[in-house]
Write a protein that binds this ligand. Structure first.
Ligand code: FAD
Ligand code: NAD
Length: 465
């Protein structure tokens, strides 16, 4: 039987990064993947395909509205959904090929098949009726997550769909209902709205992106409404009448008032759950936490010695870069180093237009922890670069400790927030203060000057506000 120092189950951003880091540290690592291709949710049905569609749909949307303000006139804009989907698939397959090369470069054997525990240090790998067994001193579970289904609105793959199906609609639905105003609902809702669908978003809570700063989320909602998305907030879906070409989704508000909306497609995006089916966890007694995730300590050890878990299958935000950080840390722990992930400095981004990005504690989260806070705000509309780009919507909020000035968190809704948040993440990681950000010279004219202005505003000394 083949023996490895580390067997990693699952080749998403958590698993493949763990395997590479283990190999770099001199460990003999194997990567197990049940799908034909490496890359997991993020590469095949998550981060990358959504961003490819967001880019294409943004271009289409902008062109459709004309570039007259720039003195540019174009002909009639036409859309080929088939070409747009083909481009997305090409991006994914090029990156998948790169991943296969990375495994070769790092001499990591890839075992295709479903991994299941026979014992804590023995995993059987089954593919197309063939079963082989391997031994590993350490096993890392990185099997990711799957969409949560709504019992009153189960997926049927045709009308009521998950994010995976909503990445490949053959034509633009005339009307799309999205259930859930989180990252998936807003990103995919934006894609199909920009391409021409009338999109209605039904959200259980009275606001969108519940994890984000309220003011930033409200600003994003207003911007999306301006783009034509309709929001019905504080409503509960109670059922649906499904027909051949669409559905009528029934919902009610917290006063019990009933309403309904018709749609050709219904995207249910109400969260994801850890995916552990077929792993045989019960056979070796791996404990779960209160939310059904694999329970792990700070060093990613499960309740079973030698077995570790990372990524979407454990606590924390379900984000690719969080899974990657944990992949690096778990390999380091296994190699005997102090692998660590700073849970307070993991940025999160919603890639709508404008984008919403956050890191650390937003104002409400800091107050909920009982921390004394002071807040600085600055707006893109007074920023020279934002004006030249014609992207003036949004704001930056910097939250600092009221007594020590230590930076606690930053929320940004605005153009390229996904890139701007990196500076705030570095400042947090270095335990910087609002004053540190405020005294850092920022190139002019750049969008990053808004972050500096917000840091200046913490001490009520903004220059342009
Ligand atoms: P996964 O990427 O889910 O990989 C798990 C792998 O394990 C899969 O390949 C699966 O086939 C394999 N597997 C499962 N069981 C077994 C088994 N028994 N044997 C062998 N293999 C097995 N995150 C971001 O940070 N940014 C984004 O922009 C973003 N966009 C997203 C958009 C969508 C539509 C979705 C659905 C998710 C998005 N995410 C995004 C979340 C991100 O995809 C996940 O957080 C990330 O993929 C988690 O990585 P992971 O390694 O834990 O698991
Ligand atoms: P989410 O948790 O981000 O949002 C789900 C939304 O659905 C919430 O607003 C919630 O209040 C709402 N909801 C829950 N039950 C509901 C119900 N019965 N009716 C109406 N609304 C309901 O989940 P998601 O958008 O499905 O995304 C899943 C995971 O994937 C998230 O953890 C997210 O971090 C990750 N993801 C990240 C990105 C990104 O980083 N840009 C993009 C997509 C997905």
């Amino acid at each position: 039987m083949e023996r490895f120092d580390v067997a990693v189950i699952g080749s998403g951003p958590g698993g493949y990064v763990a395997a590479i880091r283990a190999a770099q540290l001199g460990l003999r690592a194997a990567l197990l993947e049940k799908h034909r291709e490496l890359g997991g949710t993020c590469l095949h049905v998550g981060c990358i395909p959504t961003k490819a569609l967001l880019e294409s749909s943004e271009l289409y949307w902008k062109l459709g509205r004309g570039l007259q303000a720039h003195g540019i006139t174009t002909g009639r804009t036409r859309l080929s959904v088939a070409a747009l989907l083909a481009r997305k698939d090409r991006v994914v397959s090029e990156l998948t090929a790169g991943l296969t090369l990375l495994m070769k470069k790092n001499r990591i054997p890839v075992l295709h098949g479903t991994g299941a525990f026979v014992a804590p240090d023995r995993v059987e790998v089954s593919a197309e009726g063939e079963v082989r067994e391997i031994e590993a001193t350490h096993v890392v579970i990185a099997t990711g997550s799957a969409p949560v289904a709504l019992p009153v609105l189960p997926f049927d793959g045709a009308i009521v769909v998950s994010s995976t199906d909503a990445l490949r609609f053959a034509r633009v639905p005339r009307r799309l209902v999205v259930v859930g105003a989180g990252a998936i609902g807003l990103e995919l809702g934006s894609v199909w709205s920009r391409l021409g669908a009338k999109v209605t978003v039904l959200e259980l809570l009275p606001r969108i992106v519940p994890f984000a700063d309220k003011r930033a989320a409200d600003a994003l909602r207003r911007a999306l409404e301006g783009q034509g998305l309709e929001f019905r907030l504080g409503v509960r879906v109670t059922g649906a009448r499904i027909g051949k070409t669409g559905a009528t989704v029934l919902f009610e508000n917290d006063r019990g008032e009933k309403d309904s909306v018709r749609a050709n497609k219904v995207l249910v995006a109400v969260g994801r759950r850890p995916y552990t089916e077929g792993l045989g966890l019960e056979r070796i007694g791996v404990a779960r936490d209160e939310a059904g995730r694999i329970a792990v300590g700070p060093d990613f050890r499960t309740s079973v010695p030698g077995v570790f878990a990372i990524g979407d299958v454990v606590r924390g935000p379900m984000l690719a870069h969080k899974a990657e950080e944990e992949g690096i840390a778990v390999a380091e722990v296994i190699a005997g180093s102090p692998g660590h992930v700073n849970a307070d400095a993991i940025p999160s981004v919603v890639y709508t237009w404008p984008e919403l990005a956050e890191v650390g504690l937003n104002e409400e989260a800091a107050k909920a922890r009982g921390l004394p806070v002071k807040v600085g705000r600055a707006y893109f509309k007074v920023n020279g670069r934002a004006r030249t780009l014609g992207e003036e919507e949004g704001l930056v909020k910097v939250v600092a400790h009221a007594e020590t000035d230590r930076l606690l968190g930053v929320s940004i809704v605005g153009p390229r927030a996904s890139d701007l948040i990196a500076e705030a993440t570095v400042a947090l990681e270095f335990r910087g203060s609002a004053e540190d950000l405020a005294r850092t010279c920022h190139a002019h004219p750049t969008l990053s000057e808004v972050l500096r202005e917000a840091a200046l505003a913490v001490a009520q000394r903004s220059i342009h506000g």
